[in-house]
Design a protein around this ligand. Structure first.
Ligand SMILES: *[C@@H]1O[C@H](CO)[C@@H](O)[C@H](O)[C@H]1NC(C)=O
Ligand SMILES: *[C@@H]1O[C@H](CO)[C@@H](O)[C@H](O)[C@H]1NC(C)=O
Ligand SMILES: *[C@@H]1O[C@H](CO)[C@@H](O)[C@H](O)[C@H]1NC(C)=O
Ligand SMILES: [Mg+2]
Length: 261
């Protein structure tokens, strides 16, 4: 028997389903989308995966090695669905609104630091093939993927990059990739649409064994010593952003796939 309330719920469900379907027109898709947003927070006994992800993004959960097994599907749906892109868009939009609101003197010394992996370029095609957290990180197969130089841009970051350049802010790429991957990184950046940069800093052997925070903040300090002004700094890891000097403002992109300390 159809009660008025049942009919209403039924209609509401239809509307929700329609809204979800129409939300899949994401431009510049970086990987085939999965038909789930990943934003629902599949509640499993003892842990909500969306709470785990919030804990990770807020840097309350640190030094983790693997995505909790129960949350692998959740993270996969999040990364390949629309929520990751929407979250990235908020970060990039806020970054541009901030930069655009500054009254910068265009003396050629204003720079913006971009991390590369999961910031400038996306390794989502690799992780989609190898699974989200099912196995420990395999440096050999990951480096094989990097050496192909085919990583697409994270579209939200590419848009931010172009808009910052139009404000006269120069890009500095500061990456944990090592010097022997310079050539392929240059090729990949250009292929993905990044054509101008002030510097591309890769990790040399003097930093081997040092933390990412030490490596990256040391280079930021050197850049300031040379007279550059770090207007902003964007990365997917907290280790891209912590350690002085940080830059005038920092912007954290989502990354529930891995943790680099
Ligand atoms: C921007 O800076 C210039 C010189 O530094 C100043 O003359 C101008 O009034 C400033 N504009 C705003 C909107 O603050
Ligand atoms: C890591 O990847 C390489 C290259 O694909 C493969 O030969 C190797 O077996 C992998 N190692 C593990 C532990 O899975
Ligand atoms: C950046 O921070 C420095 C040091 O606090 C400050 O002097 C400078 O005005 C800031 N620049 C901008 C663009 O906010
Ligand atoms: Mg990164």
């Amino acid at each position: 028997m159809w009660q008025p309330c049942t009919v209403l719920i039924f209609l509401a469900t239809l509307i929700v389903v329609n809204c979800q379907n129409s939300a899949f027109d994401i431009t510049n898709q970086i990987h085939l989308l999965r038909p789930k947003s990943g934003s629902g927070g599949d509640l499993i006994p003892g842990i909500s995966c969306s709470s785990w992800r919030l804990g990770v993004e807020a840097h309350n959960i640190i030094d983790w090695k693997l995505i909790p097994t129960e949350c692998e599907d959740y993270v996969g749906h999040y990364m390949l669905g629309k929520q990751y892109r929407e979250d990235s868009k908020v970060v990039a939009s806020e970054a541009f609104a901030y930069a655009n609101g500054l009254n910068l003197t265009n003396d050629g010394n204003n720079i913006w630091i971009f991390d590369i992996d999961e910031t400038t370029l996306s390794n989502l095609p690799y992780y989609a093939d190898h699974g989200f957290g099912a196995e420990l990180f395999n440096a050999t197969s990951f480096n094989e993927w990097v050496d192909r130089g085919e990583a697409p841009a994270l579209p939200e970051s590419l848009e931010l990059y172009n808009k910052l350049l139009s404000l006269g802010i120069k890009a500095v790429f500061l990456t944990g990739r090592e010097e022997d991957q310079r050539e392929v990184t240059v090729k990949n950046l250009k292929q993905a649409g990044y054509n101008n940069w002030e510097k591309l800093i890769l990790k040399d052997s003097s930093f081997s064994g040092k933390t990412a925070v030490f490596y990256k903040s040391s280079h930021r300090r050197n850049l300031e010593k040379k007279g550059y002004k770090i207007i902003g700094n964007i990365g997917d890891q907290w280790s891209d952003l912590l350690g002085t000097p940080t830059g005038n403002r920092t912007f954290k992109l989502p990354d529930p796939m891995y943790y680099i300390g």
